[in-house]
Design a protein around this ligand. Sequence first.
Ligand code: HEM
Length: 456
Amino acid sequence: MDLAQRRLLIPPVPPRPTHELSFFQFLRAARTNALTLWTEAAYQEQVLRHRFFGRTHMLINEPAAVHHILVDNPTNYRRSPASIRILRPITGYGLLLSEGEDWRRQRRIIGPALAPRSLPLLARHIVACTREALAVFEAQAGEPVDLLGAMQSLALDIAGRSMFSLEMRHYGAAMRRMLNEYGVTYARPRLWDIVLPPSVPTLRDIGRRRFQHRWMSLMAEIMQARLAAPATDTPRDLFDLLHAARDPETGKGFSSEQLRDQIATLILAGHETTAVALFWSLFLLANAPDEQRRVADEANSVAIAPDRVMDAVPGLIRTRAVLNESLRLYPPAFTLVREAIKADRAGPIDVPRHSVLMIAPWVLHRHQRLWHDPDAFDPDRFMPDAPAPARFAYMPFGAGPRVCVGAQFALTEATLALAMMVRRFEITLAETEPVRPVAVVTTQPSRRPLFHLRAR
Ligand code: HEM
């Protein structure tokens, strides 16, 4: 059956450039909207190569090469200098930017705290925060709502509460202000961020270091407030889990500085990604009322009891399919960037030493050889009876040993929050002006559209 017969929604995308970009056009696109980096060829070919300033840059869509880089030989591929400059001020020396033995040790300690057995503990915080957000929408009684802002506040509240159990009202505003400042002022890559090695500071790095000092002081202040709360016998939150966690090989845990950097890392890596995943899911459902009704019916048929929240998740099959499809069409982490330490051969591709590699979920998720109707919103692709996507065609959380450590938490959070939102409100767009995706740090909407929320 063709698209017209099935009446599938084709959600908005930015225009694709008609010719390959020069280095300066490439740089401008990376600063303003990375989704405009790739021509039509990127969505059809296995690999695209460019040379900028004597360095090879490659976009890789070839599954054997992706497997080699991310799974078989990941130690040959480090984070790029631009990623390090941009993320270091806000994640410090936490898991995201660590490499080698230091990374392995950190991952051994953090992994278990975010494993499926921790989810019941975290899910309680997810449901409590979402209930409060729903009460705020109800109190606004029919006023149009900025759902991007609302999902950012909700995700930050969930990240903060599942980390610290503290009411985030006190710190949430300061955190959001600083995260905005970081996004606007420091997160956009500039020429020198890309071409200089990380050991050579750029002018912007001076501001970034000052920012790092202020941000880490705020993290330390929240940690102190949390440590002042009376101890309990059972863990209350991620802070308790991480505080008590030990490396199974050495028996050692994190120092307080290391713990602070992990907390900053988990809050940064976790909240904005989940907020935009929720926003895009709601945006798609607002544009697909039949699908929205299906999700509302499913969510209504499932009990979300505060003390048995995880029992609800297996019943939310359609909700999860919508979320998976939204992560396909608008992957919050639109591209993974690596620098090759040594020359290598990745599947059929020769990788020169120090070349820059991009593995882009945005491109893979819309690649014409990998998907049927790649630009259409079709949650059926992720229903249990549908065939599995092609290998490495779908990777919103990355792949291999550095796959997202918070993936299960994020999926649980977004599935529950989406179900709770849609069963309570019928959600429609309050305006008709177009909204397009824009990617700088995460895949955001080009503006903040308003929505009507009508109680069901
Ligand atoms: C929808 C939400 C999320 C998406 C789409 C997402 C996506 C990703 C991706 C693609 C990576 C791999 C990056 C790479 O290989 O370069 C990653 C890594 C990571 N994510 Fe997530 N993430 C999400 C939520 C979360 C949450 C909730 C947390 C924490 C609670 C988290 C913590 C991390 C950390 C610490 C890493 C680095 C792992 C490592 O290097 O070992 N993420 N994430």
